[in-house]
Design a binder for this molecule. Structure first.
Ligand SMILES: Cc1cc2nc3c(=O)[nH]c(=O)nc-3n(C[C@H](O)[C@H](O)[C@H](O)COP(=O)(O)OP(=O)(O)OC[C@H]3O[C@@H](n4cnc5c(N)ncnc54)[C@H](O)[C@@H]3O)c2cc1C
Length: 546
């Protein structure tokens, strides 16, 4: 079958819009490209698993173990941490990739700073999220408690000023909301929106629960709040007459940034959760952001360090088969080595499935053989491209100076985060991490667009996009690597979060327990941490009852 190969203009138009593509292709000159490549995630092994590749381990290649954790992202590593805290050592964690961390992975091969490949920050947890505060204590990120009992975050881990800037028509402005040129009506609508968010931040149900809290399991399930999940954030804004273009841009940006969805595709519940769950009380600022040059890769390193002896990298669970022997439940797990040709087997008492939930239909044998529960199909995932750009010097620009997060108002991308910012390095070489969510209505279309665009196509998109703000960017970037996340994050579309699918998916299936951020319906560090801890506790209780 012959494949249409796209012209440069078609690729740029598809991702940046026709005007940007036409402007970039005005001259016939071939643009300059840096070195670079497509890195991780191991698509080939993933596709083999989905195609149903089966290899039986040799008889002497089976071992007995109490628990197998499948997946070494935040959820799986957190489950391992919980086991070790409880003095339970009889487990192994299998991770398909050559490095732990999943979508919180980071890179460390640049000369100047490490840099993120996905998650890059964590809002400071409130005191009610005691187990997460305890993790930050353990990492020496906190310096005691304030008078209200809230964790005090050490200065060096709080996102350094300036946090954000936005590029609009030729220059940068401070902050994310575009105040420059705003009308009285825009300002009034921003205030009206903030009042709505304040109301939700102060709202409590009859049991004293917040409408929007982290972890999400502590949110109220009162009908007044869950009704918000039936409409989109766009419908919610329209119903309140909130049509100011810059307010709508801000909310749309928030939805794309946290969920990889546009304002029209995001559940109003999830849209409001983004704003209200991060505020302690009405009128408060949002919780401050904790970050490192490598983003949440720093937390991955901490968790991995503790669990390292139990972690097997480059080993992908391929078959998870619940068994019964002498009246006792167990699970056999077959895992493929990264060469795709040899396999290892584990006879386990229990499994914690800490990989994305959609994979259950390929990996859990009864699901694969026709008994897939209906809730599995409800788990839909967004698609992201992330690029890391290694610059020999800072680019020139106009207006407000370089911030941590640098956003282009007129782009479908989310702009970039500067990895050197948190180190206080304001001159010389740096690494920019550029984020682009593909927000097609059908994630399969997005996935196909992601994968059919090669390194050169993506590099061109990134450099052309950034050239709007930095005309000299192509002369400064020495290397540009691209990560294509085909199933980057769960999509909190209207009707998903409170549909019951998440609750069904989180219940154990025989001796298999589930942990992954997608069980919350939103992709956040705190949610992966919550589910990893919860699943480990379930297993420890079952283990003690034996
Ligand atoms: C681009 C991007 C930016 C993000 N930014 C932020 C942010 O700034 N802050 C934030 O809080 N969150 C962010 N997130 C969300 C992030 O997903 C969560 O914070 C968290 O890392 C999810 O962890 P997890 O363990 O639930 O899932 P995952 O990260 O999906 O981990 C699952 C793991 O399972 C492994 N696996 C899959 N199949 C198998 C198999 N068959 N056998 C063995 N292992 C397998 C995978 O390789 C992976 O390591 C971002 C996500 C993306 C994609």
């Amino acid at each position: 079958m012959s494949r249409h190969s796209f012209t440069r203009r078609e690729v740029l138009a598809a991702f940046l819009g026709l005007p940007a593509a036409l402007a970039a292709c005005r001259s016939d000159a071939v643009p300059r490209f840096p070195e670079g490549r497509i890195v991780g995630a191991s698509d080939a092994v993933g596709h083999r698993l989905r195609d149903g590749v089966r290899i039986d381990p040799a008889i002497d290649n089976w071992q007995r173990v109490g628990v197998v954790i499948v997946g070494g992202g935040i959820a799986g590593l957190t489950a391992a941490r919980r086991f070790l805290q409880a003095g339970f050592e009889d487990f192994v964690l299998l991770e398909l990739e050559p490095a732990p961390g999943g979508t919180s992975r980071s890179g460390d091969d640049a000369s100047v700073v490490p840099y993120p490949w996905g998650a890059h920050y964590l809002p400071a947890p409130m005191k009610e999220n005691a187990s997460l505060v305890e993790l930050l204590d353990e990492m020496n990120v906190t310096e005691g408690r304030d008078a209200e009992g809230e964790a005090v975050i050490a200065e060096q881990f709080l996102c350094r000023d300036p946090e954000e800037r936005v590029f609009y028509r030729g220059r940068w402005y401070e902050g994310l909301y575009l105040h420059a040129g705003e009308s009285a009506e825009d300002a009034a609508q921003l205030q009206a929106f903030n009042r709505e968010v304040d109301n939700w931040a102060g709202w409590r149900d009859g049991r004293g629960r917040r409408a929007f809290a982290i972890p999400l399991a502590t949110c109220s399930d009162d009908a007044e709040v869950t009704a918000l999940d039936r409409i989109s954030m766009d419908e919610w804004l329209r119903a309140r007459g909130l049509n100011s273009p810059r307010l709508r841009w801000l909310v749309d940006y928030a939805c794309r940034d946290d969920y990889g969805l546009t304002v029209g595709q995001t559940s109003a519940w999830a849209g409001l959760f983004y704003f209200a769950s991060r505020m302690r009380a009405p009128g408060d600022e949002a919780q401050s952001l904790i970050t490192w040059p490598e983003g949440n890769g720093r937390i991955v390193a901490h968790l991995y360090d503790k669990a390292r002896a139990h972690v097997r990298l480059n080993l992908a669970a391929a078959d998870i088969n619940p068994t019964i022997s002498e009246g006792r439940e167990g699970v056999d797990v077959v895992a493929l080595e990264s060469d795709g040709h040899s396999a290892v087997g584990f006879h386990a008492d229990r499994v914690i499935f800490a990989a994305p939930h959609f994979l259950t239909k390929y990996l859990i044998r009864p699901y694969r053989e026709g008994a897939t529960p209906a809730h599995v199909a409800e788990f839909q995932y967004g698609v992201w491209m992330v690029a890391n750009l290694f610059l020999k010097e800072r680019p020139r620009d106009l207006g407000f100076p370089l911030a941590w997060d640098n956003v282009l108002y007129e782009s479908q991308s989310l702009g970039y985060v500067a990895a050197t910012h948190q180190r206080g390095l304001d001159r010389g070489s740096t690494v920019f991490t550029y984020y682009y969510p593909l927000c097609d209505n059908d994630p399969r279309t997005a996935r196909s667009r992601l994968l059919t665009t090669d390194w050169r196509g993506w590099a061109d998109v990134v450099l052309t996009d950034l050239a709007r703000a930095h005309r000299d960017i192509r002369s400064l970037v020495e290397r540009l690597d691209v990560m294509r996340w085909g199933h980057a994050m769960i999509r909190p579309r209207p009707g998903f979060i409170w549909s019951g699918a998440r609750a069904s998916a989180a219940r154990p299936f025989r001796a298999i327990h589930f942990a992954h951020t997608d069980l919350s319906g939103v992709a956040l560090f705190e949610e992966a941490f919550y589910h990893g801890t919860r699943a480990a506790d379930e297993v420890l209780i079952a283990h003690r009852a034996r």
